[in-house]
Design a protein around this ligand. Structure first.
Ligand code: GLA
Length: 690
């Protein structure tokens, strides 16, 4: 199967992605709830669950995620009565159901009877059942049985009126993103034959003249299994593409069954933010609602920034689709080495952070904390201590409060800047054999994003080839792999009047991970105003002084290109070390726009100087004045704007308001300065004058 087969993304679904209106999807309310696993509990508990859900304002429950072994206890023998009873109970209480297909955890009988469905690692070792996600997505037996249980699900309960959304599978590829078995090898070869058409094209793309890797037949090609040293980078890059496509094909095959049964019910699957194995730009196009799982680490001082970036990325994956948080934790998780609890107010503040950045729903994993099993110490909406736990009070309080902010639903987040992100570039950049093998895509993105978050600039993530014209600035953080068309898109944006900030290690290779020869920068080198002659990391921990033309000094770390200015203006130069005197920041005018090339990892002060040169990145002085930890985002419709202010710190913070408004969670008029208490939240509504 490829991404274009009939069962694939462009396949037989009856309603295309994006064809659902936000209003009809979420009925003008913020969705609230979580993963509900009634199969772990006796039926008496279900009634209590529904009572508590109603008390907490739960209006959406994700049911059935890991139910395969209960729904099909033996091959071909089904048991759906309990599920119908649960749907009846939820439906009668007015709680919508996000009904999941159970394909993320095949039952033990399946693994035992069809051991070939179990995935194999790069060393040839097979995984076993006893956990979850133990399947090879290329296995014909897995695919047959997975699609059959989905068909059965639809047949048995698919008509239930409580179902408001379909939830396909769970966190595709989360534990076993790659399988190297013989079935995978077969599928990889046919994917390659389609992609390249001929062996010559494949040999050329992968540069197999190197190390005697030339293939004489497709039969010789294998997945990048364990090798003595670096595997061919083109082979590895294509294996990433192939795997992302294969999981997506499986999702689309399940989706086709669900859509055929209930064309009006939107389909989602829970993504995981910046998850490397799957190209989520391609995935989001196939979903009616984009959803994500986000587990902030309360022990990480930068968690609010990272969480904001997660949400900006997810919102941007398909800019025309609604999105929501499918899973977050009410307090601690149980899978980090040390699992810190969320302090009081943090869960509420993070929930509003998602809503501020465009989410129309915030759900949790999970509704009721398990008694047994691997996740029994993961927090839940209902803890082991039940209603006595302070977590319950926060959960129920937030659920009730969200009814007040319903009008936020369906409004839009406007971003003034775009940050270019590309999964193929991520895959290629982090393959071994580079000047700096510790150069990570997410680090580079965070480096450019961090000061913008601090000053209240809202950023969309964009593919390098999507229209950029609406953004006042485009940030290009080490976009290592850049194709000709992608490069032309960036050049076109600048020439039409845009401002691009391009960092080192951008435009280095083509779509096959082959170097763009000449000075570095490939299809965007003509923008630079300088020649990038050599690329090199700095010694770990070493800094270079960067001197700006007015004499101010900041620092650069990690990396330093050897640059020679051409027609650009040097804004800052290296002022220490062997490359003193070389340009560090160069500005060039191109068409109606301009480009700022950055040859090192500037420190925050250096980046702030740079951003000060770009009006779209100026931010909100009120946010900066309020101090670190205060976040501000605006959602709006043509008539109304909602300014959402969050304080992620444990101290009170004061924010100056630009104009009066009505604060929705308290229904009070606010003006002048607004005090946000510890982890406080404010949603200020204002009419927009034409
Ligand atoms: C993921 C999964 C859930 C659960 C949580 C725990 O999000 O989808 O089933 O394992 O992690 O944090």
């Amino acid at each position: 199967m490829t991404a274009n087969d009939a069962t694939g993304p462009s396949g037989s679904g009856t309603a295309g992605p994006g064809s659902y209106q936000r209003a009809s999807l979420f009925s003008q309310r913020i969705r609230y709830g979580g993963d509900y696993n009634p199969e772990q509990w006796p039926a008496e508990v279900w009634r209590d669950d529904v009572r508590l859900m109603s008390e907490a304002g739960v209006n959406l429950a994700t049911v059935g995620v890991f139910s395969w072994a209960l729904l099909e206890p033996e091959e071909g023998r089904y048991s759906f009565g309990w599920l119908r009873e649960v749907l009846d109970l939820l439906g009668a209480a007015g709680i919508g159901v996000d009904l999941s297909t159970p394909t993320a955890s095949p039952p033990p009988w399946l693994a035992t009877r069809y051991p070939e469905t179990l995935p194999v690692d790069a060393r040839g070792a097979r995984y076993h059942h006893g956990s979850r996600q133990h399947f090879c997505v290329h296995s014909p037996a897995y695919l047959r049985l997975a699609l059959r249980i989905v068909e059965k699900l639809v047949e048995e309960v698919g008509d239930h009126e409580a179902i408001e959304m379909w939830h396909v599978h769970n966190e595709y590829a989360c534990h076993v993103p790659y399988c190297y078995c013989d079935e995978s090898a077969r599928a990889f070869r046919s994917w390659l034959e389609k992609r390249y058409g001929s062996l010559d094209a494949l040999n050329d793309a992968w540069g197999t003249a190197f190390w005697s890797q030339r293939y004489a037949s497709f039969a010789e090609v294998i997945p990048p299994r364990m090798t003595p040293t670096f595997v061919n980078p083109g082979q590895e890059l294509d294996f990433h593409r192939f795997t992302s496509d294969a999981f997506l094909d499986e999702m689309c095959a399940e989706r086709a069954i669900l859509r055929a049964a209930r064309p009006g019910v939107p389909v989602t699957t829970n993504l995981m933010g910046a998850f490397k194995p799957l190209d989520y730009f391609a995935w989001a196009r196939e979903l009616d609602v984009v959803s994500t799982d986000n587990y902030q680490d309360p022990g990480d001082p930068e968690a609010p920034m990272r969480s904001a970036l997660h949400y900006d990325l997810v919102r941007s994956l398909d800019k025309s689709a609604p999105w929501m948080v499918m899973e977050q934790s009410s307090s601690r998780v149980n899978w980090r080495p040390h699992n810190v609890a969320k302090p009081p107010g943090a869960m509420r503040a993070y929930s509003y952070q998602a809503i501020a950045r465009g989410a129309d729903g915030v759900l949790f994993f999970q509704w009721r904390a398990s008694r047994a099993g691997a996740e029994k110490f993961h927090s839940a909406m209902v803890s082991h201590a039940g209603e006595a736990s302070p977590v319950w009070h926060e959960v129920a309080g937030l659920g009730r409060e969200l009814a007040r902010v319903g009008p936020l639903h369906g409004t839009t987040v406007e971003a003034s800047a775009a940050l270019l992100v590309s999964w193929p570039s991520w895959w290629a950049m982090e393959a071994p054999g580079k000047p700096a093998n510790d150069l990570q895509m997410v680090d580079q993105v965070e480096w450019m994003y961090r000061p913008l978050y601090g000053r209240g600039v809202t950023v969309d993530a964009c593919r390098p080839d999507e229209p950029l014209g609406t953004y006042g600035a485009v940030l290009v953080p080490s976009l290592y792999l850049l194709g000709e068309e992608e490069g032309a898109n960036i050049v076109g944006y600048v020439e039409a009047g845009g401002t691009a900030i391009v960092s080192f290690w951008s435009g280095i290779v083509d779509e096959h991970d082959r170097v763009h020869l000449g000075t570095y920068g490939g299809p965007i080198r003509s923008l630079y105003g300088c020649d990038v002659l050599e690329v090199a990391p700095l010694p770990p921990g070493e800094t270079v002084r960067i001197e700006w033309t007015d004499g101010t000094q900041t620092e650069g770390t990690f990396w330093l290109d050897l640059v020679s200015a051409t027609d650009g203006e040097v804004l800052a130069s290296v002022a220490s070390g062997p490359w003193a005197g070389r340009p560090a920041v160069v500005e060039a005018r191109r068409g109606k726009g301009r480009v700022l090339y950055v040859a090192t990892r500037l420190d925050d002060a250096g980046l702030a100087r740079l951003y000060d040169l770009v009006p779209a990145l100026a931010g909100e002085p009120a946010v900066t004045a309020a101090g670190p930890g205060v976040e501000r985002v605006v959602r709006s419709s043509p008539e109304v704007s909602y300014e959402i202010l969050l304080n992620h710190t444990g101290d009170a913070r004061t924010v100056q308001l630009a104009s009066p408004g009505v604060e929705l969670t308290t229904d009070r008029t606010v003006e002048g300065s607004l005090v946000l208490g510890s982890r406080g939240v404010a949603v200020v509504r204002r009419e927009r004058r034409p």
